[in-house]
Design a binder for this molecule. Structure first.
Ligand SMILES: [Zn+2]
Ligand SMILES: [Zn+2]
Length: 506
């Protein structure tokens, strides 16, 4: 590893010098925003922070494509949405009834996730930009240069466009759809077009008031010009030969006379065993669901530690535990660029997630949780943060944990212990004596005791572990024994083990 330069620093070092930089990210809030989409914004933020770290003047922008039309009735929508297809998602009612619009329904949890992830972009809504007239000049340019743009698109992408093609879709005054209407005339001085919609309506659209939108392949370079975007991450689908970035580059240079942004192409995040995430297909973990279980700095780390061009295969089960363990290790060393770029200043060091997973299965309420934790050496003063961690562990157990990590401490001595041969119970009894005289009730000593006691009794250590678990859980496997017994507390552990060995030994 050593001197390997972090990918975000590589990008920061390769951008043009002597200009004010604007890093753009954009997501269409047409469905639940999942962690695959999150890669876009996190990639942008990491590059932005790397630039800031080098003293390069930069801003981070997020443009929500909430003026895009609803493409179809997605599987997560009721059939009644069929009537809204083709209309801008900023104008469609929210599916739950609690948000301003369909777009806002998906955007608003996403924006709170951003702040939790310590990402603070300047947020722009496409619907507002179009409706406020901010883009009027750029739209006029696009419509006036329709022929040239069409030539670029055909030439670079290799596809043929119909003769009546125009870069602008008006919102039809009758059917309300953003549609590829026939543009009959353009009056640049009044910012209007005459159009004939597929529904038969002929009307006038004023693009200074948002009565229409540029097609995606033109909209994208138009906003580079409008905002002066210099760096932009985007998914690999926009990066293939002849794709929207290629055509956008030409449109930017030849129509808008600006340099296209430095591209940062990223790969998909797939869900282990399920393939790439697509909210429209229902294969996705939303960003909100993700933050219910993953601490935000760990989520940053997931993106920071992987170069953008590499796929991330995300495993929300045991894979998540390994990821958190890895991050905890990196954060203890408190070195390395990945950690610097991932850490969130307001988050203190925390109790290991594995340990929390054990503790919440022992303690079912807040009071017992703190009793358990106070037996350990962890700092438990930040109660709010600890309760949040505990909740993450509970959600993880409920939704993603494999059965092998789940357990419940029995209220009474499990009956199975009565079937254990007397010889083995003597081993358990010896371990009980060991614990009784243990000077300090610490996880490590408790754990090591098994290895000390078992050979003295002619037993396999593995078997002794099994018996201890059996006495508490009624099963031969359980969480790391030292932590587990430490959290259960001395009194309870000695009591239960005494019960277990009583009939044979006393
Ligand atoms: Zn809603
Ligand atoms: Zn129409």
């Amino acid at each position: 590893m050593g001197e390997r330069i972090h990918w975000a620093d590589v990008v920061a070092a390769s951008v043009r010098e002597g200009v004010e930089h604007r890093v753009a990210t954009g997501i269409t809030p047409s469905g639940p925003i999942h962690i695959g989409n999150m890669r876009e914004v996190l990639t942008g933020d990491l590059v932005f922070k790397a630039m800031a770290g080098r003293g390069i003047p930069a801003e981070l922008h997020y443009i929500a494509d909430d003026f895009d039309p609803l493409r179809k009735v997605y599987p997560f929508l009721p059939e009644s949405y069929a009537g809204w297809v083709g209309k801008p998602i900023s104008d469609i009612p929210c599916p739950c009834g609690e948000h301003r619009s369909y777009a806002d329904h998906f955007l608003s949890p996403f924006l709170s996730a951003l702040s939790e992830l310590d990402i603070s972009p300047r947020v722009h809504l496409s619907s507002e930009l179009y409706r406020s007239g901010a883009y009027t000049g750029e739209i006029a340019t696009a419509i006036s240069h329709g022929g040239e743009i069409r030539h670029i698109l055909e030439h670079v992408s290799g596809r043929t466009l119909p003769p009546e093609w125009a870069p602008f879709y008006p919102v039809c005054s009758v059917c309300g759809r953003l549609s590829p209407a026939l543009i009959l005339a353009h009056d640049a001085s009044r910012h209007t077009v005459r159009y004939r919609c597929a529904c038969g309506n002929e009307g006038t659209a004023d693009y200074s008031r948002g009565e229409g939108k540029l097609v995606w392949r033109v909209d994208w370079p138009m906003r580079w010009a409008h905002f002066g975007i210099t760096v932009e991450p985007f998914g690999k689908d926009h990066a293939t030969a002849g794709s929207s970035y290629d055509t956008g580059k030409e449109i930017a240079r030849r129509i808008y006379r600006c340099e296209p942004p430095h591209p940062v192409v990223y790969e998909w995040i797939s869900l282990k065993g399920k393939g790439a995430m697509h909210s429209s297909k229902g294969v996705a973990v939303t960003i909100t669901e993700m933050l219910e279980i993953v601490p935000p700095d760990v989520l940053r780390y997931l993106i920071a530690r992987t170069r953008p061009e590499r796929t991330i295969d995300f495993d929300p089960g045991m894979g998540l535990i390994s990821l958190i363990d890895e991050y905890d290790r990196v954060s203890r060393e408190a070195a390395g660029r990945e950690y610097e770029l991932s850490r969130i200043a307001s988050i203190p060091t925390r109790i290991p997630f594995r340990h929390m997973v054990t503790v919440v299965q022992i303690a079912h309420d807040g009071k017992r949780l703190f009793q358990c934790l106070s037996r350990t050496s962890y700092d438990v003063t930040d109660t709010e943060n600890i309760l949040r961690q505990a909740e993450r562990a509970r959600v993880w157990l409920r939704k993603y944990a494999p059965d092998s990590v789940k357990f419940s401490v029995r209220d009474g001595l499990p009956l199975q212990i009565r079937d254990v041969p007397e010889g083995e119970i003597r081993g358990l009894s010896a371990y009980l004596e060991f614990l009784r005289v243990l000077p300090a009730w610490s996880a490590e000593a408790i754990h090591n005791g098994v290895y000390e006691v078992a050979p003295r009794c002619g037993m396999d250590a593995k078997r002794l572990f099994e018996l201890v678990y059996l006495a508490f859980l009624g099963q031969v496997r359980g969480p790391r024994l030292g932590w587990f017994l430490e959290a259960l507390g001395r009194e309870f552990v000695l009591g239960r083990l005494s019960e277990a060995v009583y009939p044979c030994v006393l």
